[in-house]
Design a protein around this ligand. Structure first.
Ligand code: GTP
Ligand code: MG
Length: 359
């Protein structure tokens, strides 16, 4: 299951410069011929895919992209300068559509793929073009053509690398907000998160990764209790699962068992995935309790990580662990899923409809 992120933006190519109508004026040359230069060509808006980008976050800050207009031609056969192209970088995997018709215009799969979104207008012709045997003093020059403009839609399919699972109120959304720039709703009651949320975790020296925070699971979720477990399909293809546990709970071991059971009843595969047990809210319990819990989980072969999502303790260590673990996985290609068409909420704060995407 992939998350679809999308944005709308406006592109406008540069207008062509006007051609010029002028005549040579020199001493002793009473009737100089035409010497009006052509107008410059307008710049185009060119969209280029780069693997350095991983989200459409930049579109939150900018939605209009304009190329430069061509300069007008001048006398003395001077052509106008061409307008500057506008280069836009988008993440690889972006699909560009016409916003009005929905028609796919480009599928920018590979690093370096380019697409001319709108062509600059041609420059007008200077009057030199119109001189002929019968008309040696043409006073006409043509106007530059207007650059194209349109609204486009960009869609990016994101596949989460890391999934956050846990009982309601365990602190999953708080953790997402600490690991990424996402701003999910956090509150001291169960089922705060009603729809999966995405965030992008940026590393200093590694490729960024995408984290999915899903609604809390409770005993019986697999039978539809609470919010059910259909959300789990959003994390089916993640590389890593973080099982977020509230260590303040009276029954941490039991909570963990419930979580494992629900994951298992959804799909056996989910419990076999690489996972780390995140002991959250360590600020709320004495270290004696933590040590006991660590000992308990170590016996079952589970790797634990202590954190306080609230005050940030242990978050840096967790980031390093995620970066290193993901690095090992990068070399292995992920299987593709033909049914990746669900839309959900991303950390751009845009809420999408649940409709199926036909692309
Ligand atoms: N003291 C303390 N409180 C925390 C910590 N992490 C989260 N909380 C609090 O726990 C409550 C629940 O946090 P959320 O992040 O909304 O929990 P959630 O797991 O996303 O909950 P659901 O979306 O309902 O499943 C909030 O009041 C948080 O402020 C922590 O490390 N320490
Ligand atoms: Mg939540």
């Amino acid at each position: 299951m992939a998350f679809v992120d999308e944005a709308k933006f406006f592109v406008k190519a540069g207008d062509g410069g006007n051609g010029c109508a002028s005549f040579r004026r020199e001493k002793y040359v009473p009737k100089g011929g035409p010497n009006g230069g052509d107008g410059g060509k307008g710049g185009s808006v060119i969209i280029r895919a780069t693997k350095k980008l991983h989200s459409l976050i930049d579109f939150r800050y900018r939605s209009h992209f304009k190329a430069g207009s061509g300069m007008n031609g001048q006398g003395k056969d001077m052509h106008g300068r061409n307008g500057k192209d506008c280069h836009m970088d988008v993440p690889t995997g972006s699909v560009i559509k016409d916003a009005a018709s929905g028609q796919i215009l480009a599928d920018l799969l590979n690093d370096g793929d380019m697409f001319i979104a709108v062509q600059g207008g041609d420059g007008g012709l200077g009057n030199t073009h119109f001189a002929s045997g019968t008309n040696r003093t043409p006073r006409i020059a043509t106007k530059g053509k207007e650059g194209e403009e349109k609204w486009l839609k960009i869609e990016l399919k994101l596949i989460a690398d890391v999934g956050l699972v846990g009982l309601p109120n365990a602190g999953k959304s708080t953790l997402l907000s600490k690991l990424s720039a996402a701003n999910p709703k956090i509150a001291d009651y169960p089922f705060t998160t009603l729809e999966p949320q995405l965030g992008v975790l940026q590393f200093k020296y590694h490729e960024p990764c995408i984290i999915a925070d899903i609604p809390g699971l409770i005993q019986g979720a697999s039978k539809g209790v609470g919010l059910g477990h259909t959300f789990l399909r959003h994390i089916e293809r993640t590389r890593i699962l973080l099982h977020v546990i509230d260590v303040e709970s009276e029954s941490v071991e039991e909570d963990y068992r419930v979580l494992e059971n629900e994951l298992q009843s959804y799909k056996e595969e989910l419990v076999r995935k690489t996972h780390f047990l995140i002991l959250n809210k360590i600020d709320k319990v004495p270290s004696k309790k933590l040590k006991e819990l660590e000992k308990h989980f170590a016996l079952s072969g589970c790797k634990t990580v202590r954190i306080s999502a609230l005050n940030g303790d242990g978050i840096e260590g967790l980031k390093v662990l995620l970066a290193e673990t993901l690095e090992e996985y990068r070399a292995v290609p992920r299987r593709t899923d033909p049914n990746e068409n669900e839309r959900i909420v991303s950390d751009h704060g845009e809420r999408e409809s649940g409709e199926k995407d036909s692309s």
